[in-house]
Design a protein around this ligand. Structure first.
Ligand code: TNX
Length: 746
């Protein structure tokens, strides 16, 4: 990335002014402000002391700036930076930044405005030439809420990393840090009235290795523990406040409560021991709705409210399993007393009680969109995560809304399909998807739109065990989100963003941040065409070269150069990488096996029904050598499933080849047996091949069932799935799905 930055700078003068998020108005002039060895920072207001210090110690540390309150203008001999407050220049958080030959003037409509001007300035400095282009910027944000979330329960992150993360938020002109402090896998905030929350609740015995949904789950047998003392929290709050970041602490109730119950089982419905979870998922453990739970929560929230100065406390409310409430006489009695018809109303009741507690403490609450499932007052601010629907409904009912839809803003999802991506939870959210996200859904009218405060990227850390892993998952996706939230739509152009991103990312890299290269990797697209399968390869950086091999080897600079869509008429494994045109550095490893076969794009039904998801079984692409992605597989949930393929015409058939094991990171459940029958008329069927459990285990990842050549138009494939496993989450044995992909018929 550093190299392409240098390139851009040489060839294109405007690219030198590369600010993310794109400022509202920018006018670049000829000439530069040359950074002197000694610089003075002028302030006329003591409330700006810290900002002046910050300029001196963080931004211009290599010069020797002095701070003076004389308010003297910069001169050729004595260049100066001047900081001023003036709330008439724009709305909240607005700033004007003027860089002229000897003076840099920053006017903020408030403290954050000045802070953001400093962030823009930081991005404008070219330390190689020690210069800043002369310019005028006027800037203010489109959305008031610009957030990033961090889950410190699934993995604990030390204070130093939390500060680094807040810095990153601030550098993106984002202003909210949603700190997910509690969950099933660990309670991370000291509460003096309830010491066991951290004594017991912050420690788990071990952590799952690999993916929590793997068929044979393994554990690391290492204790994972950690929490923040109240003193550390105050230090972090202060750190964030200085950087115009408000912290929203989340205490997730009544679900995701295993760590609470491990410490205080008296707040459960069912009397038994509980433990801090070492796997991930949705557990049935919930807080009981009896009165003592709310006394407990009042105690907890009073300490939380005292630590965090912001207006909000997030109270969770997501993924609440209702079984334990159903089994609890006290919960059922409360239902009756209030004439509640279903358990969602009991959930709302719970949320309402917590909201009242928060209100007494002078706080408003935010809840995940499940809190809308019952009936809830519109005083609750909604975080819409299960898509944007919850947010739309909430805005229409007058709730304030923060958009965090799983499909676009979950930064725990994969960033590309390249095999060199780190293990992630699932899903695919490439950079462009984040950049194209619009926090204001088309379904809302202008009045309703006012309720959308903004959006937030969520970082659930089940599969991020250290700070470096977090950084590579959020960068550069949060750079895209920052622009979505700050910049006007007219100022948001994808290619232009990518050019600026190269500059910004290289600055972050210089400061030690780890930035994913996923957005530089090749992307494959398939189309079934007459005579075979057509594959197109692209990369968001058009000046990169794409090279590929068809012999399974990792491409290098001597491999075939991709220039136009490729047609495949027989089974081929293609491996592609992108290469930087100057340095020759390789990016990504996109592996894709294409296989035209006799059932390609033919009609397929599942247990007599058409099923759109099943078309992936005959799309000519094998998912078995790729990272597991749900959308590339077909899930078999039943004990027996019958897949029926109609070839349209009779054909000579002699093999069926079925995949069931993903190539990287995941260990899927295997089918119990596979049986293939053929027919000419859909009445008389002949079983031609069968694979039992042993055959399947041995043949994994794919079974090739061969048989003597027959002529047939229809194929019936029976998949038997007897996989049952004990679910830690549900505390019972449950049927597990198997996933299959591509039924190659030849
Ligand atoms: C859903 S989003 C959750 C989290 C998981 C996340 C993984 C939400 C409110 N709940 O508990 O960590 O999915 O993507």
């Amino acid at each position: 990335m550093v190299e392409s930055t240098a390139n851009n700078r040489k060839s294109d003068k405007v690219a030198a002014v590369a600010i993310i998020p794109a400022p509202q108005k920018l006018q670049v002039m000829a000439g530069y402000f040359a950074i002197p060895t000694q610089l003075s920072v002028n302030i006329d207001n003591p409330s700006l002391d810290w900002l002046a210090q910050y300029l001196v110690t963080e931004i211009f540390k290599s010069t020797q700036p002095s701070i003076d309150t004389e308010n003297s203008p910069g001169t050729k001999e004595n260049p100066a930076i001047k900081l001023l407050l003036d709330d008439s220049i724009g709305k909240k958080e607005a700033y004007r930044l003027t860089v002229s030959a000897w003076q840099i003037t920053i006017i903020g409509s408030d403290y954050p405005g000045i802070f953001y001007a400093i962030q823009s300035l930081r991005q404008l400095i070219d330390w190689q030439s020690r210069s800043i282009p002369q310019l005028v910027i006027f800037d203010e944000p489109v959305y008031a809420y610009r957030g990033m979330h961090l889950d410190v329960s699934r993995h604990f992150f030390p204070v130093e990393f939390v500060k680094r993360y807040i810095d990153l938020i601030a550098r993106h002109k984002m202003n909210a840090f949603h700190w997910h402090l509690t969950d099933d896998q660990g309670w991370r905030i000291e509460i003096k009235q309830f010491p066991r929350l951290t004594e017991t609740g912050s420690t788990r015995a071990q952590t799952v290795v690999g993916h929590t949904s793997d068929s044979a789950v393994e554990f690391d047998r290492q204790v994972h523990a950690g929490f923040y003392t109240q003193e550390q929290i105050r230090e972090i709050v202060e750190y964030a406040t200085r950087r115009s970041v408000t912290i929203i602490p989340e205490i997730d109730v009544p679900g995701h409560a295993a760590a609470i119950l491990a410490a205080y089982p008296e707040y459960a419905c069912i009397d038994r021991p509980y433990e801090v979870q070492s796997r991930f998922g949705i557990f049935t453990d919930v807080l009981c709705t009896r009165e003592s739970t709310f006394d407990f929560l009042e105690g907890v929230l009073s300490e939380v409210a005292a630590l965090f100065p912001g207006e909000y406390i997030h109270i969770g409310g997501d993924e609440v399993k209702k079984q334990q409430w159903q089994q609890c006489s006290e919960c059922r009695a409360l239902m009756q007393e209030n004439a509640y018809q279903d358990f969602n109303q009991l959930h709302s009741h719970f949320v309402k009680r917590v909201e009242d507690i928060a209100a007494k403490l002078g706080k408003r609450i935010i809840g995940w969109d499940e809190v809308l499932d019952g009936d809830i007052d519109n005083t609750t601010t909604i975080m819409s995560w299960r898509g944007t629907e919850g947010g739309i409904k909430a805005a229409q009912n007058g709730h304030s809304v923060i958009m965090t839809p799983v499909e676009a803003l979950y930064f725990d999802f994969y960033q590309s399909t390249s095999l060199d991506e780190p293990l992630a939870i699932h899903g695919l959210t490439p950079l462009k998807k984040v950049y194209d996200f619009d926090p204001r859904p088309a379904a809302l009218d202008a009045d309703e739109e006012q309720f959308i405060l903004g959006a937030q990227g969520n970082v659930w850390t089940e599969y991020m065990s250290n700070g470096a892993a977090v950084e590579t998952m959020v960068l550069p996706r949060m750079s895209a989100l920052a622009e979505v939230l700050w910049s006007k739509k007219d100022n948001r152009k994808w290619q232009d963003f990518l050019n600026r991103l190269d500059v910004f990312s290289s600055q972050l890299i210089v400061d030690g941040y780890r930035v994913s290269e996923a957005d530089l990797k090749p992307i494959a697209q398939l189309a079934i065409v007459a005579g075979g399968i057509e594959l197109s390869l692209s990369t968001p950086r058009p000046y990169f070269e794409i090279r590929y091999t068809v012999d399974g080897r990792t491409p290098d600079l001597t491999s075939l150069l991709y220039s136009a869509p490729l047609l495949f008429t027989k089974r081929t494994q293609l491996t592609a990488s992108a290469f930087h045109p100057v340095t020759g550095k390789r990016y990504g490893l996109e592996k894709i096996t294409l296989a035209p076969h006799k059932a390609l794009a033919k009609s397929i039904t599942v247990n007599g029904q058409t099923d759109k998801a099943a078309t992936t079984l005959v799309n000519g692409m094998l998912a078995t050598d790729r990272i597991f992605q749900y959308h590339e597989w077909f899930a078999i949930e039943q004990e027996t499933s019958l897949l029926l393929i109609d070839l349209g015409v009779s054909a000579t058939l002699s093999s069926v080849d079925i995949g069931y094991q993903a190539g990287q990171y995941r260990r899927l459940y295997l089918p119990t047996s596979i049986e293939v029958s053929v027919s000419q008329d859909e009445n008389d069927w002949y079983c031609v091949a069968k694979a039992g459990q042993q055959d399947i285990v041995l043949a994994s990842p794919r079974s090739v069932l061969e048989f003597d050549a027959v002529t047939a138009r229809y194929l019936k494939i029976e998949i038997v799935n007897h996989n049952i496993d004990y679910s830690e989450e549900q505390r019972e044995e449950i049927a597990m799905p198997v996933y299959i992909d591509e039924i190659l018929v030849n």
